[in-house]
Ligand binder design. Structure first.
Ligand code: NIG
Ligand code: FE
Length: 441
């Protein structure tokens, strides 16, 4: 090995989270979260990680690792004494490419106006669609990159971004192009999802618009070759289960793995659809029933919890405990969008604990490896063009991407414990410092 191969050695970590601990804890019989973090996470004390050619080469006791990989030979030697080191957050659900803002709708919602009423009046998603159609590509790219700066500063090293504020062939393609450019330009890895079926444009009937998504948008999106996933807002007064099925099956035929916005405002059947299609994830799930929990588990569909959305809407949270106790590999994501202006995964983790009953260790796991699983890290068969992220993403196991966070805290539990505080001191992406000390000027 030559010296230049050794990108970084992070050593002396008070706690180092390698990834999930085996099969995880047995379900609690009284519905309470597990109180033993070590049953959920593989956590090491006084530990180090060596990153070679952008990948984790070894992880273990500081003494062993530094003997084999002397920090003085590394491009970056990071002393993590007294601090926790965890995998970078994998945020598996955002709509982060948009123009305009909807702060006045936030105020209206606080006065009791429902989200769906705002949408029915041409506000909400439809208002953002108007702003996006008027915005230029450069403006959209700048806006997205600014938001990627913000999420990276809060520890997100991989983020999924959906289209869906275009709702016509040209603008949906433009949004995916912008997402692709951001992925190339920005240190954060961006996983692109096509979501033409996000809302029905004001001048179209639903069936007519579903025809357009299937017959015009999807073939163009597939030819463009950017998107990895196809997602649908399966919801009352938006897309029915059958309309959603049509879109997702067509997407899958074209090589796009399915995801579903399911059971957000009412229980319509999106979770069962996700299970039928063996979708990679089903997201929101505020109104999922016990049968839905079982069906998703059976079909290996990752439930994605979006506590920021429920928080912002003042809605009841999804029953994350039911999914955990069924043994599901849960994900927690930010749902960063104009209706949920929430770039911080740490905040999502706090809400997942306080509002949804996850233990702090479960929340950390759901924001890291859980997010990677919700992006198909272990579902290579779902991606004919190749999976969108590394099979070991969201962990610091040997072979995983060298994406890690050094916290200004002695334990990973401080991520959810310290509400609203950014405990991320530095971020390494592929072994390169991109936030905090050591970043090239
Ligand atoms: O996941 N529910 C649908 N889509 C988004 C909201 C998008 C918006 O309101 O602009 C979500 O919360
Ligand atoms: Fe969403």
């Amino acid at each position: 090995m030559t010296e230049s191969d050794l990108d970084a050695v992070v050593h002396g970590a008070a706690e180092l989270v390698v990834g999930p601990a085996g099969e995880g804890p047995a379900p609690a019989t009284d519905g309470s979260p597990p109180d033993d973090p070590d049953a959920v996470l593989d956590r090491r004390e006084d530990a180090a990680v060596a990153i070679v050619d952008g990948e984790v080469a070894a992880v273990g006791p500081t003494e062993t690792i530094t003997e084999r990989y002397p920090p003085e030979n590394a491009t970056h030697s990071v002393d993590a004494s007294g601090r926790a080191v965890i995998p970078g957050f994998v945020d598996s659900h955002t709509h982060a490419v948009f123009a305009g803002d909807r702060s006045d709708e936030f105020a209206a919602k606080l006065r009791g106006k429902p989200y769906q009423e705002i949408l029915a009046e041409g506000g909400g998603i439809l208002r953002t669609v108007r702003a996006v159609r008027e915005a230029g590509d450069d403006e959209l790219l700048d806006l997205l990159c600014d938001r990627l700066d913000a999420v990276l500063a809060h520890g997100t090293t991989t983020v999924e971004v959906k289209s869906g504020y275009g709702l016509d062939v040209e603008t949906e393609l433009r949004l995916l192009e912008v997402i692709d450019c951001a992925d190339a330009e920005h240190p954060v890895d961006v996983v692109p999802t096509f979501m033409g079926a996000h809302a029905v444009p004001e001048d179209r009937g639903t069936d007519e618009y579903v025809d357009e998504v299937v017959d015009e948008q999807l073939p163009a999106v597939e030819a463009q070759g950017v998107a990895a996933f196809c997602d649908v807002f399966c919801e009352e007064d938006v897309f029915s289960v059958e309309q959603s099925r049509r879109v997702l099956e067509a997407g899958r035929e074209g090589g796009l793995a399915p995801k579903v916005h399911a059971e957000e405002f009412v229980r319509l059947g999106g979770a069962r659809l996700a299970a039928d299609l063996e979708a990679v994830s089903a997201d929101h799930l505020l109104h999922a029933a016990d049968e839905d929990v079982a069906a998703l588990r059976e079909a290996n569909v990752v439930p994605v919890m979006l506590p920021g959305t429920a928080f912002g809407l003042g809605a009841d949270y999804a029953d994350a405990r039911a999914f955990r106790d069924a043994g599901a590999p849960l994900a927690v994501a930010s749902d960063f969008n104009p209706n949920c202006y929430a770039p911080s995964m740490g905040f999502a983790a706090s809400l997942a604990c306080v509002g949804m009953g996850l233990s702090p260790a479960e929340a950390v796991c759901a924001c890291t490896r859980g997010g990677a699983l919700a992006l198909g890290a272990d579902r290579s068969e779902a991606f004919p063009e190749g999976p969108p992220l590394d099979p070991k993403a969201g962990t610091l196991e040997p072979g995983a991407p060298g994406d890690l966070l050094v916290l200004d805290a002695p334990s990973s539990v401080h991520v959810p414990y310290r509400f609203g505080e950014n405990v991320v001191r530095s971020v390494l992406k592929g072994g390169e410092p991109v936030v905090g000390p050591g970043v090239a000027p």
